[in-house]
Design a protein around this ligand. Structure first.
Ligand code: FAD
Length: 388
């Protein structure tokens, strides 16, 4: 029987803790979850995020590996939420890209680059041009300003407020040992508390995001923050069903409906680890992009303007690192929602290989050798490979 610590209750840590707490095989004796803030801190990166699961749109800038992981996650999100008993947190109606006449060439370019991606051509990640009549069917309120658009039919998004609220309650109702407001460090497989006490576990799983940047398992790895700014508004005069991606010369801006007339408008992407409040320029760009697609945003109530830092390695790829009894999951960058179900699946397979978990609660797809994902998982000081 093993005692496991999970450090960091952000997007990854909290869902992993809940999944492991549902394993009833008697292998894991106790799970302890450490978080430096509260489970519902407004500063949590995963709560600030827009929650888009957009492998097709991301294919333009991300690697093929990210896209394949993202496509698997698209399938897994509903299963994961059902398994955790989290309701009303998933939408999958596709998303729509549009451009104003002056940015028309950006939409053409976007379409051409999608066609260049081989994974954008398979049936799971297609993009479909929609004429004015079809656009009117899909999103009637866009039709007065846009003549056509590009539908990315598979894409989904997570209601991250619902996810965070329900997961926080589930954790509090579970037998997970929860330690909030505790900023801890790791010393091998021990957790060092602020008062100097050390608690030793059989396994420690480090999900601290940027909080782990000084204690990375990969030699010479660098973890940086990539700043993102979003505005959350309540706009009763706007009735959009799908995330809308508006082409913009500097970066695509998306408007994501969150239910109850709320929308997240985001997100900037700035190579900076500054957590200072949003700049005037960014606020103007985000709000005017929203107003330019729908005049109803003029009367919207601004509920929050937030800044978050995306935990990012030099190559913008995520990594699961294993060193003796410590496992680190990090580098989720702008892809936390895009990748988390896949990363959780890989974590369960990894823990199964250590006999800590007996089964994965859904039907697993692995690569042709039935191995764990060797592009994702690195072992240090263990002589183990991903196929063992
Ligand atoms: C503006 C913005 C928009 C985004 N939009 C999207 C999107 O649409 N789609 C998408 O896929 N991704 C998006 N992301 C990215 C996504 O939010 C991140 O990839 C994800 O939150 C990373 O998850 P994580 O669990 O690794 O880290 P985090 O969510 O940062 O969690 C780490 C946790 O560890 C805790 N912690 C840190 N240090 C310590 C310590 N010493 N002791 C105890 N606890 C500690 C932190 O408080 C935090 O709760 C966006 C991000 C931003 C900023």
């Amino acid at each position: 029987m093993s005692n496991i610590a999970i450090v960091g209750a952000g997007l990854m840590g909290r869902l992993l803790a809940l999944l492991l707490s549902k394993q009833d095989e008697g292998i894991i004796e106790q799970i302890s979850l450490f978080e430096k803030n509260s489970l519902l801190s407004a500063n949590s990166t995963g709560l600030i995020a827009a929650g888009m699961v957009a492998p097709t749109a991301e294919s333009i800038t991300a690697s093929e590996h990210i896209m394949l992981m993202g496509q698997r996650s698209l399938k897994l999100w509903p299963e994961l939420l059902t398994c955790l008993a989290i309701d009303n947190a998933w939408w999958q109606l596709g998303s729509i890209a549009v451009a104003h006449p002056k940015d028309h060439s950006s939409l053409v370019h976007f379409k051409q680059r999608l066609k260049l991606q081989k994974y954008a051509l398979n049936e799971h990640a297609a993009s479909v041009e929609v004429n004015h009549a079809r656009l009117t069917d899909l999103e009637p309120e866009l039709a007065s300003r846009f003549q056509y658009g590009l539908l990315l039919p598979d894409e989904g998004h997570v209601d991250n407020c619902a996810l965070y609220q329900q997961s926080a309650q589930l954790i509090k109702d579970s037998d997970i040992n929860l330690y909030e407001h505790l900023n801890v460090e790791l010393k091998d497989n021990s957790v060092a508390l602020p008062n100097g006490d050390l608690i030793t576990f059989d396994w420690v799983i480090d999900c601290r995001g940027l909080g782990a940047s000084r204690q990375l398992l990969q030699p010479q790895a660098l973890l940086r923050g990539v700043r993102g700014e979003v505005v959350r508004v309540r706009a009763p005069q706007v009735k959009l069903l799908r995330p809308i991606r508006v082409m913009h010369p500097r970066y695509p801006i998306y408007i994501v409906p969150k239910g109850n007339d709320e929308y997240v408008i985001g997100a900037t992407e700035i190579e900076s680890d500054s957590e200072q409040a949003i700049s005037v320029r960014s606020a103007l760009e985000l709000l005017s992009a929203a107003y330019s697609i729908h005049s109803g945003f003029a009367e919207a109530e601004i509920m929050a303007i937030q800044t978050g830092l995306r935990p990012t390695f030099s190559d913008n790829e995520p990594v699961i690192s294993v060193n003796n009894q410590v496992i680190q999951v990090n580098g989720l960058y702008r892809h936390g929602y895009l990748l988390t179900p896949y990363l959780l699946e890989q974590m369960l397979l990894l823990l199964r290989s250590f006999n800590l978990v007996k089964q994965v609660p859904w039907s697993v797809v692995t690569n042709s050798n039935n191995c764990l994902d060797e592009r994702l998982i690195n072992f240090y000081n263990q002589g183990k490979t991903v196929c063992e």
